[in-house]
Design a protein around this ligand. Structure first.
Ligand code: ATP
Ligand code: MG
Length: 627
């Protein structure tokens, strides 16, 4: 197989620059991830490195699983593609018994439970919201290698905005670390810190790790933090067979301590580096690319994108009266896209904070739109998938079937809820979609002649790699979680001041990070892009919200101050007419005649409309109940 096929000349240059240091600086959708995947496959195929000698570091477990899958298809299986944490944890667990000994520590994903306990010990009354922000401060301090006693000074210098006095944060940080050690727990930062420390203190461990990994590739290098950089340098141990790719305009984690400095400064740190720029955007239509270019037009990093794809629809900007109307409008537009043949797994709704997803979950349940929270992450941890795997494994062990794979698997899954028709929506629909994804995989593998034993082995391999089979459903995810991913249709919702930029973004740097977040969101769309916001939280509520400042000048609807037009009349204004579907005030004569706004589909479902009206009324009532 010619692994250089399907690459443009600059991407080929990346793939053929088999020896580091190499740095690829390029905008979104230019094929950075594709280029490094082919580069690894090319190096393996040319015998420059053994697959086991490669360590490819990506940002999420999902991205790592996709990279491994792509490498397998390119004929380079067995490459280690992991997140920093997963790679470090693997090494740490391997060396733990020999160099540290005793019970290996347990990994904690959240700092909150320990912080709550630390508060109690200090006789402090914990406020959950505050503590969440304190946890972020501790994460920042650990990532930037700042000890508790140095936190107050460092926080002021870095213009951090902790929710409580810096001295108090320092005390909680100290208390948290004490408890963590007492309980033999490690958080994500400690995993990296310990791995680097073990390598620094034990030469034979460092030697063994460096002997194994000789070829390093890091994706999304713009969001590397000082602790990750320290670990990477420790792995390299002075060697420079390193290839990094990134886009400084997509730095969206600097609040946690990440910095694009390592990327933009790469050629200074490595004077012999080959620096390659990619400008062709293969992901998005010219309409989406043009909008993306305008959002970052004032950035100091001039990485303009040149669209390669044919024309597509113009991005749609929609202002809604209230949040339920926005969720409903989005649900109905998605139904229209689905009716036009866009697969649900090619649609995503992206928001700024996770709390925003609730309105969409509700609207999608009502509208019968299948959805997945945060994509298909942790697929193999879902209860129905675990149960299915146990049953399938049991059947495989007992020699159950002999019969063709797909019907056999279908029969087993039917016993735990795989019905012929999907349930209406919500959790039941999510469960059904998981089981359907397993059944579809069995169908595909059965067609290739696999039996149940091979199917179970494939599931076990995928579970280890956290590589979910394609699950149907609209992805509901935060903008941060959408990094590196792409969909045919993307809805960026809740784009108001206070949300994007988020209310606590105070300094100009923080506001710029929010603008980059919008850029990341826009550049996830291949074809259809919808941007929306709502003026009030609930129906009949105060219309006090303003569209995001970042939209100024991008859409005709948002130039200057937002203006909500009212129908003209004599002294006494006529009662405003509302769209029958989304409830938006109708100001255009043609729309008033039709009784619906231009953005709502004409072929709406009457029964659905009734249930949504009932929901809007209930939401309005709830809004009037004092908190
Ligand atoms: P991001 O900055 O968002 O991570 P990226 O630069 O990593 O983006 P990729 O995800 O590698 O971009 O590629 C974007 C899309 O363009 C993918 O669907 C990829 O398959 C496609 N693509 C990349 N290069 C080419 C090419 N030379 N020909 C055709 N399609 C390409
Ligand atoms: Mg990428």
């Amino acid at each position: 197989m010619d692994v250089l096929e399907g690459l443009d000349p600059e991407q080929r240059e990346v793939a053929q620059a088999v020896r580091g240091p190499v740095c690829v600086l390029a905008g979104a959708g230019t094929g950075k991830t594709r280029a490094i995947t082919h580069r690894i496959a090319y190096a393996v195929q040319s015998g420059i490195v053994e697959p086991q000698g490669v360590l490819a570091v990506t940002f999420t477990t999902r991205a790592a699983a996709e990279l491994r899958q792509r490498l397998r298809l390119l004929g380079a299986p067995g490459v280690q593609a992991r997140t920093f944490h997963a790679a470090a944890l693997r090494q740490l667990s391997y060396f733990w018994p020999r160099v540290i000994g005793g019970e290996p520590p347990q990994v904690i994903e959240s700092k909150l439970p320990l912080l709550i306990e630390a508060c109690r010990r200090m006789r402090r009354n914990p406020d959950r919201g505050e503590l969440r922000d304190v946890a972020s401060e501790i994460e920042w301090a650990k990532v930037t290698q700042i000890a508790p006693e140095d936190y107050p000074g460092a926080a002021v210098k870095a213009r951090r905005t902790p929710p409580i006095a810096p001295e108090e944060v320092a005390r909680l940080y100290e208390g948290y670390e004490t408890l963590r050690r007492e309980r033999n727990l490690i958080d994500f930062e400690t995993i990296l810190e310990l791995t680097a420390a073990v390598m620094a203190e034990h030469r034979e461990v460092a030697g063994q790790i460096r002997q194994q990994y000789r070829y390093f590739v890091v994706d999304e290098f713009q969001d590397v933090n000082p602790l990750q950089k320290l670990l990477l340098d420790t792995w390299l141990g002075g060697r420079d067979d390193l290839c990094v790719v990134g886009d400084p305009n997509q730095t969206i984690y600097s609040f946690t301590g990440a910095t694009p400095h390592y990327l933009t400064n790469f050629a200074v740190e490595h004077p012999s580096a080959t620096v390659i720029r990619l400008v062709r955007d293969y992901r998005s239509t010219p309409q989406v690319v043009s909008l993306a270019n305008r959002v970052i037009s004032r950035s100091v990093h001039r990485l303009e994108l040149v669209a390669q794809r044919p024309d597509g629809p113009e991005p749609v900007f929609t202002e809604y009266d209230d949040e339920p109307a926005e969720a409903l409008g989005v649900a109905l537009t998605i139904k229209k896209l689905m009716a036009d043949g866009v697969p649900t797994r090619q649609i995503a709704v992206l928001f700024r904070i996770n709390a925003q997803s609730e309105a969409y979950e509700q609207a999608f349940t009502e509208a019968g739109v299948p959805y997945l929270l945060r994509g298909a992450e942790r697929f193999f941890e879902r209860p129905e998938v675990r149960q299915a795997v146990v049953l399938l494994r049991g059947a495989a062990r007992s020699g159950g079937d002999e019969e063709p794979l797909a019907p056999g698997v279908h029969a087993i899954l039917s016993g735990i809820g795989l019905t012929a028709e999907p349930p209406g929506g919500g959790k039941a629909r999510e469960k059904w979609e998981s089981l359907k994804a397993l059944a579809d995989l069995a169908e595909d593998m059965g067609a290739e002649g696999a039996d149940l034993t091979a199917f179970v082995a494939e599931l076990e391999r995928r579970a280890l790699e956290q590589h979910a089979p394609p699950v149907e459903g609209v992805t509901l995810a935060s903008l941060h979680a959408a990094k590196g991913l792409e969909w045919d249709a993307v809805f960026l919702v809740g784009l108001t001041e206070g949300m994007v930029p988020i209310i606590y973004a105070e300094t100009p740097e923080q506001v710029e990070e929010e603008r980059r977040l919008l850029y990341v969101g826009i550049t996830r769309a291949r074809e259809h892009l919808h941007l929306s916001w709502a003026l009030a939280r609930s129906p009949g509520g105060r219309r006090s919200r303003r569209p995001s400042r970042f939209l100024d000048g991008l859409s005709p609807r948002t130039t200057g101050a937002p203006r909500v037009e009212r129908p003209a009349g004599g002294k006494k204004a006529a009662a405003p007419l509302h769209c029958r579907i989304c409830g938006k005030t109708l100001t255009v004569a043609a729309e008033q005649k039709l009784g619906r706004c231009a953005t709502c589909p004409a072929d709406y479902d009457e029964a659905l409309l009734d249930s949504l009206k009932a929901w809007r009324t209930a939401a309005a009532k709830e809004a009037k109940v004092p908190a």
